[in-house]
Design a protein around this ligand. Structure first.
Ligand code: G3H
Ligand code: 13P
Ligand code: ZN
Ligand code: NA
Length: 283
């Protein structure tokens, strides 16, 4: 059955690695994630974004993830990525998610604390773990300067206050990553991460990790990141795989022959990430 993210991150914290959290939108992506985790004997987090829920529907996502977890030999969690409201988080818990993110990062600090605490009160009672966000991660398409982005980075002192006030299980921080494909190379604020980690004794989550150089990911994990979110790199592998089949044989009409190679390409990318994160063999 699906395990809480908290359990996976506690072991990662003790042993100094990170668990990959991979975004899913359909069966092929879920199978690619689980195939990769099995091949690497690694714990893994399947996560669903707002877009995924809109596209596939909660019931399908939960059903697919549950079957995956029941068949797997490695621990698998199902996590809500960037939950937007108390109501949505409750709905996901009811459907069977083992972990949720309550993204209150757009709210003032006191309101972010308040909504995170409300979610925690319910989640604790039913054994579901909770991730919160402090600072604004944003997207590569946001039309802002480097200087403006830095102004949105997580404040270490606020992180300490937030973690102590809420007791949340994991904290997503803004230190220079962004969702989507980067135009240049992202520059991560490692001193800020180090400061946050010295003040906050809970697992740190890195969003927007597709496109971040391997060296920077390794350093972030060394400094305390325990959950690494990857979506864009999976999308790229999927669509590249589809394009290749169609380019080779424009007459192909069997969806399985179009999607099969794409699934394998996603598995390969996810396996590389799992090894980079150090979670191979930890399942
Ligand atoms: O957190 C954002 C995900 O990477 C993508 O979100 O599926 O809603 O486009 P989406
Ligand atoms: P990327 O799409 O940049 O990998 O970000 C994924 C993410 O942070 C999901 O929450
Ligand atoms: Zn994210
Ligand atoms: Na990214």
């Amino acid at each position: 059955s699906l395990v809480p993210v908290k359990d996976l991150l506690e072991k990662a914290e003790r042993e100094g690695y990170a668990v990959g959290a991979f975004n899913c939108n359909n069966m092929e992506i879920i199978q690619a994630i689980v195939d990769a985790a099995e091949a690497e004997k690694s714990p893994v987090i399947i996560q669903a974004s707002q877009g995924a829920i809109k596209y596939a529907g909660l019931a399908y996502i939960v059903a697919l993830a549950k079957i995956a977890a029941d068949q797997a030999t490695v621990p698998i969690a199902l996590h809500l990525d960037h939950g937007t409201s108390f109501a949505q988080v409750m709905q996901c818990i009811r459907y069977g998610f083992s972990s949720v993110m309550m993204d209150g990062s757009k709210l003032p600090l006191d309101q972010n604390i308040e909504i995170t605490k409300r979610v925690l009160e319910v989640a604790r009672a039913v054994g579901v773990s909770v991730e919160a966000e402090l600072g604004k991660i944003g997207g590569t398409e946001d039309d802002i300067t480097v200087h403006e982005r830095e102004a949105l980075f997580t404040d270490p002192e606020e992180a300490r206050i937030f973690a102590e006030a809420t007791g949340v299980d994991a904290l997503a921080i803004a230190i220079g990553t962004a969702h989507g494909q980067y135009k240049g190379e992202p520059k991560l604020d490692f001193p800020r991460l180090e400061k946050i980690k010295s003040l906050v004794k809970i697992p740190i989550v890195l969003h927007g990790s597709s496109g971040v150089p391997d060296e920077a990911i390794r350093e972030a994990i060394r400094l305390g990141v325990r959950k690494v979110n990857i979506d864009t790199n999976i999308r790229e592998a999927f669509v590249k795989g589809v394009r290749e089949v169609i380019a080779q044989d424009p007459g192909e009409i069997d969806p399985r022959k179009v999607l099969g190679p794409a699934k394998k390409a996603m598995t390969a990318v996810i396996r590389e990430k799992i090894r980079l994160f150090g979670s191979a063999g930890k399942g």
